[in-house]
Structure formats: structure tokens, C-alpha cells
Write a protein that binds this ligand. Structure first.
Ligand SMILES: Nc1ncnc2c1ncn2[C@@H]1O[C@H](COP(=O)(O)OP(=O)(O)OP(=O)(O)O)[C@@H](O)[C@H]1O
Ligand SMILES: [Mg+2]
Length: 324
């Protein structure tokens, strides 16, 4: 059973240069309680994908999909408004920079009370006070009394990120999307926040989609991973399998970009170090988007490779690793 399932999601933007394909025919599923990673370079479409799921893109974005279900209920037939209403009750999202998401003019106490009241129609003051304490304790801020009168600028980045997570938990989400949620934090705080997210996922059976450009984070925290490039999912599978036997040369190059993981994986891994960088969204090559950057590219690659493999491990490549 899947908590979230989406088939062939595409997001386009119209610009003065023409159409920008930010997300192209992406299919993926998240199981209840699962921690799934989405990895890709800057501009690969990770944030657009997650914002599209929650209907948080502006009206100019053209979002299309063939199938969309959440919690065993097909949402494909619902209007955008109805679908989003349902999803926002069950999915929360946290971003990279808590200082941008938190309201700088509200104390921690007011932010919590406002958010809890929003998700609990008609809740009394005592309930809101208890719920505030519970949420803070859930995110490891049990000494909450001293924090409550403070404003975001008076708190550290790590504490603010914990508060963001507490606010995201206020609707008891079945799925939490963490979009680069630990990117700006120093290493020890990053490890603490990852530990917090994995603990919350386990204790609440809450699925987490962890968006990052760092395979080391995924290796530590996720069970499965999808690799995104130029709006396409190039490979999806168990994180350990992608790390040790990736099928796509692009996945291999990402693994190699984490030195201690890369050297442990393949002695000839330098073969897959990719030249160049990800093209802008209006200059994606025809066919396989990796195109001229790929060391294994051949004539067939002028056509987009079909999705191959099985439910456990899928990839889009004409010349997958280990098969040539
Ligand atoms: N509102 C928009 N209008 C036009 N193009 C957009 C818009 N939002 C995103 N894009 C384009 O869509 C592509 C994907 O962007 P997205 O923000 O999803 O990348 P990302 O993988 O999240 O990158 P990063 O790692 O830097 O956060 C980019 O080329 C971006 O320029
Ligand atoms: Mg992003």
C-alpha cells in the first residue's frame, strides 16, 4: 500500500524564452512511515516537484498528472482546490531557511498558538497550551517555558529549525516534506535534526520526503531514493542499492561526489565523473537529458530512454551500468 502515489506529473512554466519543463513525467510513490530521498543538482526540479504536490506553485505553473492518490483515495478526479485542501491537512513542508518561514514579528508562543488554532477549529486555550508543550517536547525543546517569549532572531538556527518542525507537526501530518531542511546548519546540528526527523518518522509512522543534494544525508536517513536531473527521475530504488550498484551513470557521478562513499564503491569510479554542469531548464537536450555530459552516451540516447526495471529499482538509461 502506498501513502502517496503519483503518475506522470509534469510542471511547465511559460517564459519569454518559451516553455520551461521544470518537471517531466515524474512517477513516484511513498509508503506510510517511509523516509524517501529526492536528490539532484540545483535546478533539477526537486522543489518544483514538492511545491506542485501541495499546490503551492503560482498560477502560471501548468501542472498535469495522470494519476494522484493519497492514503488509498484517488484524488485524480477532484478539482485542484479540493485536492489541495485534502493534502494540506495531511502533508507539511519545511524549508531550508527557518528565518524566512517563521514570522519575525511573532514570539514562539504566538507562532505555536496561531498554528495550533488553525489546525484545531474551536480549540480552547488550555488545549492550545498543552499542545504547544507537547509539540516542543516532541522536537526536543522541553525546556519550553524559557523559549516561549522569544522571537526567531533571538534563537539559534538549530532551535528555529526545530520550531519549524514543531509547527509542521501541528496538523499531525502523515507526510512531511523536508526541502533541504538541514542544508544551512552546521554538521553537528544537521546530524541532530536528521536524528530528530528519523525519530519522529518512526514514533508517528510519519512518512518523510527528504530533498537534498547530498548523498551522505540520504545514506544516513533514507530507505529509498529518487534521483532527479533536468526535471526527470533518472533512477529510483533502495538507497543502499543506488549507493552500491547504481544503474544510471548520473547516480554514479553523484555517489562519487561524496569522497568517502565514492572511493569505497568502485575503484574505477573516475570513469563516471561528469563534465560540465546541469543546463538551464530551457536548454535541456533532446532525448536523454544527461546527453553530452554522459560518458556512456551513444546513438540511441537522442531518444528519451523508457523507464526500465521493476517496482524496487527503476531507471531511465539506454546503457545502464553493469549491463554493457
Ligand atoms: N516560478 C518559476 N518560473 C519559471 N521557472 C521556474 C520557476 N520556479 C522554478 N523554475 C525553474 O524550474 C527549474 C527547477 O527548479 P527547482 O527550484 O525545482 O530546482 P531545485 O532542484 O529545487 O534546485 P535547488 O537545489 O537549487 O533548490 C529551474 O530551472 C528553475 O529555474
Ligand atoms: Mg530547491
Amino acid at each position: 500500500m502506498n501513502l502517496l502515489q503519483i503518475e506522470n506529473l509534469s510542471v511547465k512554466f511559460q517564459s519569454t524564452q518559451g516553455t520551461i519543463d521544470a518537471v517531466s513525467n515524474v512517477s513516484f510513490a511513498v509508503k506510510p512511515g517511509e523516509i524517501r530521498g529526492i536528490i539532484g543538482e540545483s535546478g533539477s526540479g526537486k522543489s518544483v516537484l514538492s511545491l506542485a504536490l501541495l499546490g503551492l506553485l503560482d498560477e502560471k505553473a501548468q501542472v498535469q498528472y495522470d494519476y494522484f492518490s493519497f492514503n488509498n483515495e484517488s484524488l485524480s478526479e477532484l478539482s485542484q482546490h479540493q485536492r489541495i485542501k485534502k493534502l494540506r491537512k495531511n502533508i507539511s513542508i519545511i524549508f531550508q531557511d527557518p528565518s524566512e518561514s517563521l514570522n519575525p514579528t511573532l514570539t514562539l508562543k504566538s507562532q505555536l498558538r496561531e498554528t495550533i488554532a488553525l489546525h484545531n477549529d474551536g480549540a480552547g486555550s488550555d488545549f492550545i497550551t498543552e499542545e504547544s508543550a507537547r509539540l516542543l517536547s516532541d522536537v526536543g525543546l522541553s525546556a519550553h517555558e524559557s523559549l516561549l517569549p522569544l522571537y526567531p532572531h533571538q534563537l539559534s538556527d538549530g532551535v528555529n529549525q526545530r520550531i519549524m518542525i514543531a509547527l509542521a507537526l501541528a496538523c499531525s501530518p502523515k507526510l512531511l516534506i523536508a526541502d533541504e531542511a538541514t542544508t544551512n546548519l552546521d554538521m553537528t546540528i544537521q546530524a541532530q535534526i536528521l536524528q530528530l526527523l528519523t525519530g519522529l518518522s518512526r514514533d508517528r509512522n510519519m512518512a518523510v520526503v527528504m530533498i537534498t543534494h547530498d548523498f551522505a544525508i540520504l545514506a544516513e536517513a533514507t530507505q529509498s531514493t529518487s534521483v532527479m536531473y533536468c526535471g526527470y527521475l533518472l533512477e529510483t530504488g533502495k538507497t543502499a542499492e543506488l549507493l552500491h550498484s547504481p544503474k544510471h551513470p548520473y547516480t554514479q557521478s553523484l555517489v562519487n561526489s561524496v569522497p568517502q562513499l565514492g572511493t569505497a564503491v568502485k575503484s574505477h569510479s573516475h570513469l563516471y565523473a561528469l563534465p560540465g554542469s546541469i543546463p538551464p531548464a530551457d536548454q535541456i537536450p533532446v532525448g536523454c537529458p544527461l546527453g553530452p555530459r554522459c560518458p556512456r552516451a551513444g546513438k540511441p540516447c537522442v531518444k528519451l530512454p523508457p523507464v526500465q526495471g521493476d517496482d524496487e529499482h527503476k531507471f531511465r538509461c539506454h546503457f545502464p551500468l553493469g549491463e554493457r
